[in-house]
Design a protein around this ligand. Sequence first.
Ligand code: FAD
Ligand code: MLT
Ligand code: ZN
Length: 459
Amino acid sequence: MTAAGAPDELTSVLRQIVGAEHLLTDPDLRAGYEVDWTRRFHGPCDAVVRPADTGEVAAVLGACTAAGAVVIPQGGNTGLVGGSVPGPAQGGRRVVVLSTRRLRAIGPIDDVVGQVTVGAGVTLAELEEAVAVTPWRVGVDLGARESATIGGMVATNAGGTRVVRHGMMRDNVGGVEAVLADGTVLSHLGGLLKDNTGYDIASLLCGSEGTLAVLTAVRMRLVPKDDERCVAWIGCGSWNDAVAVATSCRLRLRSLDGIEAVDAAAQRVVAEALQLSPPVEGTIGLLVALTVDGGPQLDTLAALAGERPVAVALDGPGASSLWERRDRVTEAIATTGVPHKLDVSVPLPAIPPFTAALPAVVTAAAPGAAVYVFGHLGDGNLHVNVVGPAPEEDAVDDAILRLVAANGGSISAEHGIGRAKQRWLHLSRSPEELRTFRAIKAALDPAGTLNPGAGPVLP
Ligand code: FAD
Ligand code: MLT
Ligand code: ZN
């Protein structure tokens, strides 16, 4: 491990490790790494370092820890809670953003078990393309697929639109390679389905948000490719109605991938910003995706929709078009301003009272703000987006997260804590749990190198 004490010494050590081309200190080159996707979170770094392989990641981390520097791991920078960028002040310590985007190896696809080992910097779209020629596909899908990396998706335990059937990232990971802050490499990529030989480090790192280790490779478990997929958009009269339909879908439709919902305000902004009108009338657009194995499932779907207006499409342009109206909600909202993104979950029966109370709660905290609600209804996961309050104001965040807690929910369903939600973590986790988080952090990263001020470990 290299000892690099003074700032310039650290820079020159990092340059030696990754090469001059991959150490960015010029402010213009650093800029894109210093602000997150939402534009709400940003902070300066001294350097961006782009290691090419696990050995270079280990050397970078060892050097930074020895120098007392802070390291912010960054993948595709699509996380929506500010965890992938530096904070406004990092305690006066040198700040290095470690970009994983050069960790792009995709190993051979094991067709027998449906697994593949990929570098942490491979994007979801790149992995999907690589497995497209096989009978397998990736079980997790999300709208940021072109940029979100597999390492980032593990680090956030990403969810997405197929959780009803395939679970979150944790359920799709068969092992990881990761580097601790002192440069120690942990590698367990065998992908055995049954392997009770001790603590499950891969599982621990799922959702660790770059605070415990830098993931360098992931053994992904793939799922069998569907034969034919059906997407249906059902116009529902209320959240109550949408929850009732969602429950019936879960009970009666086999091979259900996901049940998504988009409220009227979000449907309107998609129509206005992207020129994509809602396919049917209804206060809540309910999007149901499933694999069909012939007529019976479609008949069941039609029966479930009942008198409600419905648009159905089988695989192809029609299905893509229906899906686009859900996939691009985030993009549409971002055209209207810097959003306050509250990614929450509540028990399904609490969705109607929660959504009914929301407008008054938002108006009291942020008069005149626009509110959009959409998300993964099948998982009880709603994305409440508010546009209007200044990025640094958090009265509306506070009001909504307290309403979530009062309804028995979680302040973060799938995006993590990042820098956005540390203040409210106590609403979802007990003091004992927070102390345990801190003890785990102290064991793996005693110098506090990795992502301080972000994620589930409070400063
Ligand atoms: P980053 O944003 O770069 O980082 C996220 C966190 O992970 C940070 O704390 C960072 O420090 C850490 N990290 C990144 N890489 C590593 C690594 N290799 N090792 C250790 N720590 C690391 N999320 C969902 O869950 N479901 C969705 O449906 C969904 N849809 C989205 C749609 C859009 C349009 C956008 C913009 C975002 C969406 N997201 C969604 C959020 C985001 O895409 C996910 O959180 C994704 O997993 C982040 O991956 P990333 O590579 O961009 O990570
Ligand atoms: C989604 O489900 O579209 C995402 O998680 C992104 C968002 O919350 O905006
Ligand atoms: Zn989501």
